[in-house]
Design a protein around this ligand. Structure first.
Ligand SMILES: [Zn+2]
Length: 78
């Protein structure tokens, strides 16, 4: 099974529909069993939408990186 760390690393591409078929399937299998990553995906999608609405552009790379760091630090604290 995909580790959370790996799942999070490719999640941005998945949301942007830039992830290839096999990788997307591996991620979906992980999401089926991991509540934390599902919660992250939800937050990520919402933030992305807000960013798109406010700036009429893709979520900036800096914001994506910050969001990812935030979840990784949450996982480390468990
Ligand atoms: Zn996970």
């Amino acid at each position: 099974m995909l580790a959370c760390r790996e799942a999070i690393a490719i999640l941005g591409d998945y949301v942007a529909a830039e992830l290839g078929g096999e990788a997307a399937q591996r991620l979906e299998r992980h999401l089926a069993e991991c509540d934390e990553c599902v919660a992250y995906l939800r937050t990520y999608r919402r933030t992305r939408q807000l960013a798109a609405g406010a700036m009429r552009t893709e979520m900036p790379a800096a914001l994506r990186a910050r969001l990812r760091e935030f979840l990784l630090s949450t996982l480390r604290r468990r």
